[in-house]
Design a protein around this ligand. Structure first.
Ligand code: ADP
Length: 639
C-alpha cells in the first residue's frame, strides 16, 4: 500500500487528495479539495505540524517529522510525514499512519522504564549487557557501591573493581556463558568506593528473543559479605564449641558434625558422615532416641532432652546429655523437610561423681543404720545403767543409813565405855588406897602372909587400872576426842626416855636389848607423849611375847619425808593370817587367860590410831615363830 498524499497550494488550500489519504482521513477527494488545511484539520492549528509546514513553504525545504494528530472524538493517530515544496509554490505532503508502531514503541519504552525503575529499586547491584557481553547499563547502586562513573564502566571497564587474583577465572566463566548462552552464577569479591573488597553472589541470566537467540544479559550482584561473615562466625562457633553439635537428617544420617562431637564419640568426621546415630548409640538407648526423633520430625515435640550413652570407636561407653530440636528448611515448626540440631555434652565425669555420691550415700546409710543400732544399744545400756544407778542409790542410801546407825552405835559404845571406865576407876582407886592403908599397918598389925596377899591385891588393882585406862583411851580415840599437841621431837631423846621404862622388865626376863641409836639431830613432827605411848606399847609387847634369853632391838631408818623406828624381837612371832587383824581392837593371838600380864587387846589398835592421827603409820612383819618387827613411821620435822 502506498503513502497517503495531499497537495496544498501556496494558500494552504487542498488541491489534491489521493485515495490512500482519503481512506486514512475517512473523506472523499471531492469533499476535501478546495478546503484549506486548517478547515480540513482544525486541530493542527498552532501546532508543531503547522510550524513545520510553514517552514517548508517559506524556506523551500523538505521536512520529515512524526506527528500525533488528535481531534476529539475523531482522531488520535500518529503520522510519519514528509513534506516538500512543489513547483507551483505549494506543498506536497506524503504521510502514513504509524500509530501501531508508535504504540508498540511506547509500550516498549514504558516496559523499559518500568524495568529500569525495578532494577533501580532492588537492593542488588544490577546491569545489562548486550549479547556479546558488552555492558551498556548499570543501576545507580552499582555506581554508588563502586564509586565509578558510566564512562569508567562502559563495556569491559568493570574489570577494574575485581580482585586481580580472581579476575582470570571470572572472565573465563563469563566468556563461557556468552559462548554457550547459559546463565552465569559465581561468588567473588568486588571493590567498594572505600577500596574494601566485599563478597557478592553474581547471577547473570540471558534474555532471549522469540527464536531463542540471546539478545542481552541481565546481571545482579548480591552483597553476601554479611552472610559470609555470619557463616564464618557460625562455623567458628560450631567448630570451637565446647559441646558437641551435629546436624542430622530425619532418617538419622549425619549431615554435619563439629570437632568436639567427634572427640566425644572417638570417630573422625569422615567416618561418621556415612553413618546414622543408631550405629553408635548404646543398644538400650536406641528405641527411646528413635521415638523422640519421630516425634520431633512430626512436630509433636519442640525439643528433646535426655541423658544417653554412645559407644565410642574404642568400644568404651560415654555418658552424654543431649538436647535435640528439629529445624525445618522453611524455618517453621510445621512438619516437613528439615534436619535435627543436636547439642551433646560429655557428662561422664558428672556421672562418675554421681556414682561416687551414690556409693558414699549408701555407705553413709549403712553407717547411719550401724550408728542407730549402736545408739539403741547405748540406750539399752543407759537404761540398764539407770536401773543399776537406782539400785546403787538405794544401796547407798541403805549404806548411809547403816553407816549412820553404826556411827550412832559406835558413839553410844564410846560414851558407854568412857562412863564405865570412869565409874570403874573410882572404886579401883579406893581399893588401892585402902590396901596401902592396911599395908602401912594403919589398921593394925599385918602378918607377912597378909603382906604377900596385899601385894597381889595391889598388882591386880594396878593391872585392872591399866586395862581400864586402855579402854578409856580407845574410847576417846573412837569418839574423836583426842587432841594432838604436835611439835618437833628429837627422836633419840624420846626413844632413850621410853627405853628407861622397859629396861627393868627386860632385865627381869633376861632379854637382851640393842638400841642402835638415832642421829641426835633428827626430829619428827609428833605429840611427844603419844609417840612415847606407842613406843612403850611396842616395847612392852616385845618383852611380853619374847621368851627369856631372847633379844629386842630398836633401829632408825631415814627417808626424805619419814623416819621409821623398827622394833624387832626374837619372840613368838605372829601367824600370817593374823597380821592383817592385829591392829583391830580386842584382837589377841592365843590369849592365855591365866596370864595376868595379858592386856585387853587394845594396845596396838590405840597405837595404830595414834600413829595415823599424827600423819604417820604403824606396820608389822613376822615370819610366824621367827620373831616380829613393828615399824612406826613418823613424818620428819620440817625445819
Ligand atoms: P595386849 O598386848 O594387850 O594383848 P595388844 O594390842 O598390844 O594387846 O596386842 C594384841 C596381840 O598382838 C597380843 O595379844 C599378841 O597376841 C600380839 N602381839 C603383840 N605384840 C607382839 C609381839 N611383839 N610378838 C608376838 N605377838 C605380839
Amino acid at each position: 500500500m502506498g503513502d497517503a498524499y495531499v497537495a496544498l497550494d501556496r494558500d494552504w488550500r487542498i488541491t489534491y487528495v489521493n485515495p490512500a489519504a482519503a481512506r486514512l482521513n475517512g473523506i472523499t477527494a471531492v469533499e476535501a479539495v478546495g478546503k484549506t488545511h486548517a478547515e480540513q484539520w482544525p486541530a493542527s492549528a498552532g501546532t508543531e505540524l503547522e510550524r513545520m509546514y510553514r517552514r517548508a513553504l517559506d524556506e523551500r525545504i523538505a521536512i520529515h517529522m512524526e506527528h500525533r494528530y488528535v481531534e476529539a472524538g475523531k482522531f488520535d493517530t500518529w503520522f510519519e510525514i514528509d513534506a516538500c515544496p512543489t513547483d507551483d509554490g505549494g506543498l506536497g505532503i506524503f504521510f502514513r499512519d504509524i500509530s501501531a508502531r508508535k504504540r508498540a514503541q511506547e509500550a516498549l519504552e514504558e516496559g523499559e522504564r518500568q524495568f529500569r525503575m525495578l532494577a533501580e529499586s532492588i537492593p542488588q547491584l544490577a546491569w545489562m549487557a548486550d549479547a556479546n557481553g558488552y555492558i551498556y547499563w548499570y543501576n545507580q547502586r552499582w555506581y554508588d557501591y563502586t564509586g565509578t562513573t558510566a564512562e569508567d564502566m562502559a563495556g569491559w571497564g568493570w574489570q577494574s573493581v575485581h580482585d586481580p587474583d580472581q579476575l582470570p577465572l571470572v572472565l573465563d566463566r563469563w566468556q563461557d556463558s556468552i559462548r554457550t548462552g547459559e546463565a552465569f552464577d559465581m561468588e567473588f569479591p568486588l571493590k567498594g568506593a572505600d577500596g574494601v573488597f566485599r563478597w557478592f553472589i553474581t547471577r547473570v541470566v540471558p534474555v532471549s528473543d522469540a527464536c531463542g537467540n540471546v539478545v542481552q544479559w541481565f546481571g545482579t550482584n548480591t552483597d553476601v559479605n554479611e552472610r559470609r561473615r555470619m557463616e564464618a562466625k557460625f562455623r567458628a562457633t560450631f567448630e570451637q564449641a565446647s559441646v558437641g553439635i551435629c546436624h542430622t537428617a530425619s532418617n538419622g544420617t549425619w549431615l554435619d558434625l563439629n570437632e568436639r562431637f567427634c572427640q566425644i564419640v572417638g570417630y573422625s568426621r569422615d567416618e561418621l558422615r556415612g553413618m546414622t546415630f543408631r550405629a553408635i548409640t548404646h543398644p538400650d538407648d536406641v528405641r527411646r532416641d528413635e521415638d523422640a526423633v519421630a516425634r520431633l520430625v512430626a512436630g509433636d515435640l519442640r525439643s528433646y532432652r535426655t541423658e544417653k550413652r554412645y559407644i565410642r570407636k574404642d568400644g568404651s561407653t560415654v555418658w552424654t546429655e543431649l538436647t535435640s530440636s528439629f529445624v525445618h528448611d522453611d524455618g517453621s515448626y510445621a512438619a516437613g523437610a528439615g534436619y535435627l540440631v543436636t547439642v551433646v555434652e560429655d557428662i561422664s565425669e558428672r556421672k562418675a561423681a554421681e556414682q561416687r555420691l551414690n556409693e558414699a550415700n549408701l555407705a553413709l546409710e549403712e553407717l547411719n543404720a550401724e550408728l542407730e543400732m549402736r545408739a539403741e544399744q547405748l540406750q539399752e545400756t543407759a537404761t540398764e545403767l539407770e536401773a543399776q544407778t537406782e539400785e546403787l542409790q538405794v544401796t547407798t542410801e541403805e549404806l548411809m543409813q547403816k553407816t549412820e546407825e553404826a556411827q550412832t552405835a559406835n558413839q553410844t559404845k564410846s560414851d558407854f565405855l568412857a562412863s564405865m571406865s570412869h565409874e570403874l576407876r573410882t572404886p579401883l582407886n579406893a581399893i588401892g588406897g585402902y590396901v596401902e592403908l592396911i599395908e602401912m599397918g594403919l589398921r593394925g598389925p599385918v602378918t607377912p602372909e597378909q603382906l604377900t596377899d596385899l601385894a597381889r591385891i595391889q598388882r591386880s588393882q594396878k593391872h585392872l587400872l591399866s586395862l581400864i585406862n586402855d579402854v578409856l583411851n580407845f574410847a576417846k580415840l573412837g569418839a574423836g576426842q583426842v587432841e594432838y599437841d604436835t611439835e618437833n621431837v628429837t627422836l633419840d631423846t624420846a626413844l632413850r626416855d621410853t627405853e628407861e621404862m622397859v629396861l627393868p622388865q627386860m632385865r627381869a626376863k633376861d632379854i637382851g636389848y640393842t638400841y642402835e641409836g638415832c642421829d641426835p639431830t633428827l626430829a619428827v613432827s609428833a605429840d611427844r607423849e603419844k609417840l612415847q605411848q606407842i613406843m612403850l606399847n611396842l616395847l612392852s609387847n616385845a618383852v611380853k611375847f619374847t621368851h627369856p634369853g631372847g633379844h629386842i632391838s630398836v633401829a632408825c631408818q631415814v627417808s626424805d619425808t619419814f623416819i621409821s623406828i623398827r622394833v624387832s624381837d626374837t619372840g613368838i612371832g605372829i601367824p600370817a593370817d593374823k597380821l592383817d587383824s592385829i591392829f583391830q581392837p580386842f584382837v589377841q593371838v592365843e590369849r592365855k587367860l591365866s596370864q595376868p600380864t595379858t592386856g585387853a587387846g587394845l594396845g596396838l589398835a590405840i597405837s595404830h590410831d595414834l600413829a595415823l592421827g599424827m600423819g604417820g603409820d604403824l606396820m608389822v612383819e613376822s615370819a610366824g615363830g621367827g620373831g616380829s618387827t613393828f615399824t612406826l613411821m613418823m613424818p620428819r620435822a620440817t625445819d
